[in-house]
Write a protein that binds this ligand. Structure first.
Ligand SMILES: Cc1ncc(COP(=O)(O)O)c(C=O)c1O
Length: 397
């Protein structure tokens, strides 16, 4: 039966990793795959995670299945982290939530839940958006449209065009927004832009779908939650897909959360049953390990404190790498202003150079990143920043 299948084009990011590994250049630079790296180029196990692992090893008594919704301590801890202790939606029991296998798992089951509620719902995503949004949401059968977001010519958000499109959304449409640290551009909405989005969401009655994969990597854990809290405090319905891959460094453990703010607590119970049934039909129940670690961290004062300081460290390191790159570009004679890199947030930046220049920098200087010009800021370090800046200046002049 499978002979009818045709080969697919290689995934651009994974293809880039293969090419990078095969490159023998001694000073090659990898700014492709979106994982945090430290100064030594490693993706470390966080100290709080290592301690939680010891604790879990000493206390876990069984490997029997966990409950269908996942680890309740994890779910509650994550909901408070995202929505805050004072969240009206939480206090009113209006939030249904399940632990999901990664942010991807959360995005997918929420897309399936939307299909159950309204298979004709249109999902609006930013142009550009994270490449995996389209397959994850589209494969559930939903139709996807884009709203303008980033203007490469000005290296900033084209908010007027974005709002113009959102003002045309229909009641029941779903609008996917990056909670913070927009992937791929690093261009984030300001608090006042979130305020405008709330107004339009009220007017048009669309449902925001927040993807939160980098909480804490922008300006801080609470600061980055501004949009999430604003919308969940003021709208009847909001969907949230959160990931612990990056800010807990738990990538391979697949830890995510799918949460749905509903109109009232009765509806929340119905939605809780439905989302669990969606998950049951796909993977039955989530893996336990990563969620158990996050539960231990978020619900223990000392471990939480240690984790928060590690998130601060990662964020501050990435901020300083941004300014180092901007300085090095100027020192090495870039004839363009790259200071927008300092204004972008999180792990990614769009350098706003052309695909030809991206190919040039790869072939001439062994610097690897995707053709959109998205770079993983965490792949920069004190040893490679000068070479990177010189290579960039070489290909853009
Ligand atoms: C914007 C965005 N959403 C969701 C995810 C999902 O992450 P994961 O499934 O690894 O938790 C990612 C990961 O790169 C992402 O960049």
């Amino acid at each position: 039966m499978f002979e009818v299948l045709t080969p697919l084009a290689p995934d651009p990011i994974l293809g880039l990793s293969v090419a990078y590994n095969e490159d023998s250049h001694p000073q090659k630079i990898d700014l492709g795959v979106g994982v945090y790296k430290n100064e030594q180029g490693h993706t470390p196990i966080l100290r709080a995670v290592a301690k939680a692992q010891q604790k879990l090893l000493a206390t876990e008594k069984s490997k029997t299945y966990i409950s269908p919704q996942g680890n309740q301590g994890y779910i509650d801890g994550m909901l408070r982290l995202l929505l805050s202790d004072h969240s009206k939606a939480l206090l009113d029991n209006r939030v249904a939530a399940v632990q999901a296998p990664g942010g991807c798992g959360a995005l997918r089951i929420l897309a399936e839940l939307i299909v159950r509620a309204n298979k004709d719902a249109k999902v609006w995503v930013s142009d550009p958006t994270w490449a995996n949004h389209i397959p994850l949401i589209g494969s559930a059968g939903l139709s996807i449209e884009t709203y303008p977001y980033f203007d490469k010519n000005t290296a900033s958000i084209n908010f007027d065009a974005m709002m113009q499109t959102l003002r045309q959304c229909n009641k029941g449409d779903v609008v996917l927004l990056h909670g913070c640290c927009h992937n791929p551009t690093g261009a984030d909405l300001t608090n006042s832009q979130w305020d405008h989005i709330l107004q339009v969401a009220k007017e048009r009655e669309f449902v925001p779908f927040l993807d939160v994969a980098y909480l804490g990597f922008g300006d801080g854990l609470d600061e980055d939650a501004y949009g999430i809290r604003l919308l969940t405090d003021n709208l009847p319905e909001v969907l949230i897909a959160a990931s612990c891959s990056k800010n807990f460094g738990l990538y391979r453990e697949r830890v995510g959360l799918a949460a749905i703010v509903t109109k009232d607590s009765a509806n929340s119970q119905v939605v809780q049953g439905q989302i669990q049934s969606v998950a049951r039909g796909i993977y039955s129940m989530p893996p336990s390990y990563g969620g158990a670690l996050v539960d231990l961290i978020l619900n223990d004062e000392q471990l939480r404190h240690e984790w928060v300081s590690e998130v601060d460290e990662m964020r501050n390191r990435m901020k300083s790498l941004r300014s180092m790159l901007v300085d090095q570009l100027a020192v090495n004679g870039a004839d363009r202003d790259f200071s927008f890199i300092n204004r972008q947030k999180g792990m990614f930046s769009y350098l706003c150079i052309t695909p030809e220049q991206v190919r040039d920098i790869r072939t001439k200087h062994s610097v690897y990143f995707v053709e959109s010009s998205r770079v993983n800021i965490a792949g920069i370090n004190h040893n490679n920043v000068e070479a990177l800046a010189k290579a960039l200046v070489d290909v853009i002049q």
